[in-house]
Design a protein around this ligand. Sequence first.
Ligand code: SAM
Length: 338
Amino acid sequence: MLTTEQFDRTRRLALSLAGIELVERHRELLDRRGRRRGILDGAGLDSLLDAAEEGEPTARQQLLCLLTTKFTGFFRHPRHFDLAAKRALRAAQCRGQARLWSAAAATGEEPYSLAMALMELFQSDHPPASILATDIDVEALAVGQQGEYGEAALRALDPERRARFFSWDPRVEGSRERGVYAASAREQNDSFDGDRTPPLPCEMKRRERRAPRLAARGTAASTASSTAAFPFRETRVARPWSIVPAARRLVQFRPLNLAGAGWAIAGPFDVIFCRNVLMYLESYHRGTVLERMASLLAPDGMLVLDPTEHPGKAGHLFTAGADGVYSPRRASFPERIP
Ligand SMILES: C[S@@+](CC[C@H](N)C(=O)[O-])C[C@H]1O[C@@H](n2cnc3c(N)ncnc32)[C@H](O)[C@@H]1O
């Protein structure tokens, strides 16, 4: 188990690097996660914390990988994607182009779901729209950038969407049956505050031992791990399903720390998805993130949170709709979506 000193150091770094608030109940979970990823063996954590405190970039990245929960999925809360696509259609009709932002994009399922929803509603492979996908975790972004997924990630998709938006590489042998991207029951429980994470490249060692031949694709992020100064477990993940180039072209992946001092991002956005990330941030950062997002939304734009989340102290900036959908309060526009 993490000692009190180790946990306090981790807690300070989580807050200063990512605005993430850790409380006592996270200690055991961090311990489990760290062991699974091979960094709490021996003096691993102390040297990781030393280096992260000294500002060593690889150590900081690996600590962030340990601290963040990446659970996501295609079309999580499907209604959000219908509403976002309709809002984008209206923006494109008014201004010629729609801009969307997935602000905690994790491994890309959320921004690619937006891309699919746009292509369906616009009935075009080239909708006049762009999707910015940002996250603090560059390993997760690397997975999204590759746009390759395992069988389990595609389970939420109906056959029509699979056929239209993904191609399958039969050379990635066996992966279809084994579902290498699926989290085990234990891993699914292994997350903060009820959100759940599928395994990332840095935590796939055990699975690799079980299925050593599933190694053909999706290894960019694991290569980064292998060159790291800190011994994260080496990874190779089979991801036989590739998102089609037309959807990939709509999405631009970029690292962004929501708790960072400045965001190199210009508005306005017609749609901002900020789902399942505020719950990890300390109260001051939650408020600041939402204030900044309010200022980056178009007057008729829409902010989307998970339906269980709430803008809290920044509530005065938004008008609440149903299911976690908010409009900037200065806006006045017809409620009917064309
Ligand atoms: C649970 S996932 C949410 C994924 C997706 N939005 C969804 O709802 O399916 C949370 C994501 O927030 C990211 N995250 C945590 N702290 C962050 C921060 N300070 N800045 C940007 N992203 C952050 C994590 O890396 C992780 O990918």
